[in-house]
Ligand binder design. Structure first.
Ligand code: MN3
Length: 268
């Protein structure tokens, strides 16, 4: 894990010293731990992951890339996700992130850089690009890991890895569901392969994702769940937990497995 933690700069050391000297009260310790968290989050990318992502098929994506066609019809995920939600989500929300990303990059020097490279040094770019490029990629991934071929379950290498990491598929689903249900406000739940090739569950706010240098839990994402209200509100209103539970009926486990195997070989 040492790659995830940058050496503390002089500034961070003096902040730590200040808080150490200031007080040993619970409040001061809490504040110190928040600063340590900030120091970790600000570390630029992750060398192991940065070497692996160029081997992924999606490395050709840039900030000029376009939406891909949905791999199913708007009404194919019913009754778990309604057609109207899918239509608005794909043709309005995802379309807007894509258009904004394309426009934001059109006159810049990062127009031709791979999206994954931008993510690995995202602190260098405007937040507008982070939000829209994140929105573009996160949805592109999300559409592929759902399917109208309902009732699939994990198999093969991925099944073994889930059992090793979480104890069972049921325990994994509980952990991932909780990440989605407990994410405060808009964001995503993720299953990723980390730099050590291990599966990790996490959540992010806004359109952040585990490939971004500013995200605490980094990895190559293989499964994602959008928990923005626009993803479920028409059908589920405030019942996000019901939406999260329904998601398991439409996961495209074949595609998640493909992404898992691809991530593992990229990390070799
Ligand atoms: Mn969305």
């Amino acid at each position: 894990m040492k790659n995830l933690i940058s050496s503390p700069s002089a500034g961070q050391n003096s902040r730590r010293d200040f808080f150490k000297k200031a007080s040993l009260s619970g409040i001061a310790l809490f504040v110190t731990s928040k600063f340590s968290f900030a120091a970790r989050s600000a570390s630029a990318g992750n060398p192991t992951l940065n070497q692996a992502v160029p081997k992924l098929a999606e490395y050709h994506l840039t900030a000029q890339s376009k939406q891909l066609p949905l791999p199913y019809a708007y009404n194919d995920l019913e009754p778990y996700v309604d057609a109207r939600t899918m239509e608005i989500h794909y043709s309005k929300h995802h379309a807007a992130y894509t258009k904004n990303m394309n426009e934001a990059s059109a006159t810049t020097d990062y127009i031709t850089k791979p999206l994954f490279q931008l993510f690995s040094e995202i602190e260098k770019y405007p937040v507008f690009l982070k939000n829209n490029a994140g929105g573009f990629y996160n949805h592109l991934l999300f559409w592929t890991i759902m399917s109208h071929s309902t009732g699939q379950e994990p198999e093969g290498n991925l099944l073994s890895a889930i059992n090793d990491s979480f104890g069972s598929v049921a325990k994994f689903k509980e952990g991932f569901s909780n990440a989605g249900k407990k994410q405060f406000g808009s964001g995503w739940a993720w299953l990723s392969v980390n730099e050590q090739g291990k599966l990790v569950i996490s959540s992010t706010q806004n359109q952040d994702n585990p490939l971004m240098s500013t995200t605490e839990v980094k990895g190559i994402p293989v499964l994602a769940l959008d928990v923005w209200e626009h993803a479920y509100y028409l059908q589920y209103q405030n019942r996000r937990p019901d939406y999260v539970d329904s998601f398991w009926k439409i996961v495209n486990w074949k595609e998640v497995s493909r992404r898992y195997d691809e991530a593992l070989s990229a990390l070799k």
